[in-house]
Design a protein around this ligand. Structure first.
Ligand SMILES: C[S@@+](CC[C@H](N)C(=O)[O-])C[C@H]1O[C@@H](n2cnc3c(N)ncnc32)[C@H](O)[C@@H]1O
Length: 194
């Protein structure tokens, strides 16, 4: 099994995974930063987790609420001989993040790729979980252009889009972070703690 086959398997199952240019940016962060501990929010079937593990020496904590997807991710981490470097967390991300904060866990890199409408709720917890020089990489910040659009947003997407706009404002106005926003693929941002 190759990583490309895992990506294809995800696409066939309509499981959204990181897009190619965003993946390259995440790989660059892993190579440059060489994090020791990574937290991923939104495992899916382990594609982005494997990308990160293959490009640095880190230990990965990864959170997923879908039991079936996490089981497939576990299988994939084993297939790549990476299971000893991964802690799988089956839970709702908000609950999992609260537990990690309680346990005083710290991470060098956090890859945020879960429920887009929840990012604003995760934000204060994520800040607590980052090491002093940590990096927060957020995917899908522009959500198919909807977040930047001045047009009417379909009702079913409205609260997610409103929350993503609030999340972007939080990042822009937070003096603790320096954030660069990239209008590439579905939009991503890279925030560095100052
Ligand atoms: C975009 S996918 C992750 C893709 C993966 N990072 C990759 O690129 O290979 C988002 C994942 O977040 C999970 N998810 C959504 N809401 C969640 C929540 N509240 N708590 C935990 N996981 C959640 C979904 O089940 C889905 O598998």
């Amino acid at each position: 099994m190759t990583l490309e086959e895992i990506a294809n398997r995800a696409r066939e199952g309509y499981i959204p995974i990181i897009r190619d240019n965003t993946a390259q940016a995440l790989i660059s962060v892993c190579k440059e930063k060489n994090p020791k501990k990574i937290l991923e929010i939104g495992t899916a079937i382990g594609y982005s987790g494997l990308l990160m593990l293959q490009n640095c020496q880190a230990y990965l904590y990864t959170i997923e609420k879908d039991e079936q997807r996490l089981a497939e991710a576990e299988k994939n981490f084993k297939l790549f001989g990476q299971e000893a470097r991964v802690k799988l967390i089956l839970d709702d991300a908000l609950i999992a993040l609260e537990k990690l904060c309680k346990d005083n866990e710290k991470f060098d890199l956090i890859f945020l790729d879960g429920a887009k409408g929840q990012y604003i709720k995760y934000y204060p917890l994520i800040k607590k979980l980052l090491n002093h020089d940590g990096i927060l990489f957020t995917d899908n910040i522009y959500m198919h252009g909807m977040v930047k659009s001045e047009g009417k947003i379909a009702h079913k997407h409205r609260s997610m889009v409103v929350n993503l706009r609030k999340y972007i404002e939080l990042l822009k106005n937070d003096k603790d972070f320096t954030t660069n926003f990239y209008d590439i693929d579905d939009g991503y941002s890279i925030s560095k703690l100052n």
